[in-house]
Every structure is written in C-alpha cells, then in structure tokens.
Design a protein around this ligand. Structure first.
Ligand code: KG4
Ligand code: ZN
Length: 341
C-alpha cells in the first residue's frame, strides 16, 4: 500500500503525519507553539515561522521513528499551501518541496479547508459526496457544498468574526489564555445554559451566513456587568455561550441541507471539537433524518493527517503540484485548481 507524508504548518502547529493511501494513520506528531505565542494572546506570524523552522525536522524524524519507516518508504509528499500565515505556510511547503526533490516523489499542495472537510476520509461512516460541510475554526466559519466529484463550493460564511475567534476573544476577558475554546468547552460541561440570554444573529430564513460579532459584544458586556465571577457563574456563562454559538451553527447547517436537497453533513475545524455543538448537531440531525459525520476530536484542530487525507483525493484524481506551485495566504475554494499543474 502507498504511503503519504504530510505537513501542516499554516498557523501555530508544526504537524507531520504518515498515512496509508486508504486514509489509515500510520503515525502522527505535532509540536504546538502555544508556549511561544502565550505572552501575546494570539499568534505572532514571525515567531510562528521561526518555531516551524526550528521544529519541522525533529517532528518529521519523530514521525518516521514512531512509524518504524524511512523516507524511502514514502510515495507522495503533501503540505498545506493555502490559506494561512505566509511565513508558516512557506516553511512546510518548502520542506515538502525539498523532500519531493530529494526522494523523487510527487508533490501535492493542499488547501487547508479541504483538509478540514476531509479530516475523516477513510474512516468508517465518512460519507460519499454530495454533502454539506460546516467548517468552524479560529479563522473561518463557513458552509461548503462538497459535490459528487469532490469539488468544493462555498455556500455561506461569517460576515465578521469566526466562531473560534469569538471564543478566543471572550476567553481572554475571562482570563483563559489563548486559545480559549477548549477551556470554555470544559467549563460549559457543568453549567446551566439557560442562565444567560445571548443573541443569535441573522435568524431570518433564507440567509445562510453567520455573524458572531454581536454575540461577542453582548457576551463581553455580560462579563463586565457581573458582580462576581464565581465558579458556578463562570460555568453557567460558558454553557450559555456554547449553547448560543451551537444554535446558530446547527440551524444554518440544517437549513443548507434543505436548500441543497441533501441529507448528509460533515463537521470540521477546531470548534468542531466542542461538546455542546457535537451533541446539539447529533440530536438535530437524528430528529431530521440527516446523516452526520463528526471527526475524532484530535482531528478537528489543525493536524497533518487531514492534509494527507485531502491529498488522497487529489492523488486519486491524478492531480499534482510542482516546484513552481506557490503558497498563498488567501485562496478562495473556487481557485483550488490553481494549486495543481
Ligand atoms: O482549526 P483550528 O485548529 O485552527 C484554525 O484553522 O483556526 O481551530 C482553532 C480554533 C481556536 O479558536 C480554538 O479556540 C477553537 O478552535 N477550539 C475550540 C475547541 N477546541 C478548539 N472551540 C470550542 N470548543 C473546543 N473544544
Ligand atoms: Zn484549521
């Protein structure tokens, strides 16, 4: 069976994986730069680029060691080429190009959003397209239509903040550090979601776009006006916040299914690890007879297995990149073809 070596360095994780052509993971390792960026409450691109340069070789060696493989065992090399932070993207893309030349294996440039959409490819229950995909991360909140031939079409997106960005900004005021989504999620588990009423934007039918800036402003105001932030209040607030975000996401995703006459949903992106969102979407899909695929939590946040899995689709279609393929900070999904010869 053929083997894919994949790199994901579009933001603050140096992630490397070896994956079989059927999607099965052989080994994966990630170096998280949380520590490097922590003093700045956000990702500093220059610090990120340097940390990727320092880590990428050792993380790659670690993956080969864990898998008990050598570079000569690799048949294809893939890396995230867009979208993302330019410096960090360049590190992974150049490293992959170097590997492609040194070991004479084809190169596959991958679009980060396709990575999130196909994070579960090859796993039991991953649906055959067409399906609707909701990708919710720190930088994006969007609905996609994955067509029969695996082409991706953007249906709707956030008009302002991404859901993860709203979690991170609110978490900062709560003293949770960066990124805050996972801590808010953990805090929500013991809270009462009915205690705080937070607004859900763009509720009118027919509008599939999202907006989280009003919710963010209202949540920040609520925190400021609290007399005390005791444990119970904090838990209730986090539960109310997760509930409001999840409601907005679920409502629009199921509406998109109706508009496109589809009954399959694939969730992805860092916020897809959120337990309130997962439970709500599971319940609503069951009620409405919609098939739902939830990726494993470790493959919701940025990782290299998802990049290898998205690359498998391109390999099967005979679409490859070359040394002239450039990284791109912004690349709409309708321009994905520009990554291939
Ligand atoms: O997909 P990802 O790793 O990176 C981007 O491409 O943005 O997503 C990171 C985002 C962050 O905003 C983080 O706070 C959020 O995902 N996140 C979560 C959870 N785990 C990560 N948000 C809510 N609940 C979680 N369990
Ligand atoms: Zn991502």
């Amino acid at each position: 069976m053929k083997t894919i070596l994949a790199f994901e360095t579009s933001c603050d994780d140096t992630a490397v994986a070896l994956v079989h052509e059927n999607g099965a993971t052989i080994a994966e390792c990630t170096y998280s730069q949380t520590k490097e960026h922590a003093p700045y409450a956000g990702v500093v691109p220059e610090i990120g680029s340097r940390a990727h340069i320092e880590q990428i070789l050792s993380v790659t060696k670690e993956v080969f060691l864990k898998a008990d493989r050598v570079p000569a065992d690799v048949d294809y090399v893939a890396a995230t080429f867009a979208p993302g932070l330019l410096g960090p993207l360049l590190v992974g893309a150049q490293f992959a190009k170097g590997f492609s030349v040194a070991h004479d294996v084809p190169l596959v440039a991958v679009h980060h959003m396709e990575g999130h959409i196909f994070a579960g490819l090859g796993e039991k229950d991953f649906p055959v397209p067409p399906f609707i995909s909701l990708i919710v991360s720190g930088g994006h909140t969007a609905l996609y239509h994955c067509q029969k031939d695996y082409r991706i079409e953007l249906i709707a997106q956030t008009l302002d903040d991404a859901a993860g960005e709203a979690f991170d900004k609110i978490g900062r005021v709560l003293g949770f550090g960066y990124p805050a989504g996972k801590i808010i999620d953990e805090c929500a588990a013991k809270g009462d979601a009915s205690r705080f009423k937070l607004p859900i934007a763009l509720k009118e039918p027919g509008n599939l776009n999202f907006s989280f800036s009003g919710l963010k402003t209202s949540a920040l105001k609520t925190v400021r006006e609290l007399d005390s932030l005791d444990t119970q209040t904090l838990q209730d607030f986090c539960a109310s916040l997760c509930n409001a975000v999840a409601q907005a996401l679920c409502y629009k995703t199921l509406a998109a299914c109706r508009v496109f006459g589809l009954s399959k949903i694939v969730l992805g992106g860092g916020v897809a690890a959120n337990e309130v969102l997962r439970q709500m979407l599971r319940r609503m899909c069951a009620e409405q007879g919609v098939e739902l695929f939830l990726p494993e939590k470790k493959h919701c946040t940025d990782n290299a297995v998802m990049i290898a899995r998205a690359a498998i689709i391109k390999i099967n279609q005979g679409r490859f990149s070359n040394l002239m393929t450039d990284v791109c900070a912004e690349l709409p999904v309708h321009c994905i073809d520009s990554l291939y010869k």
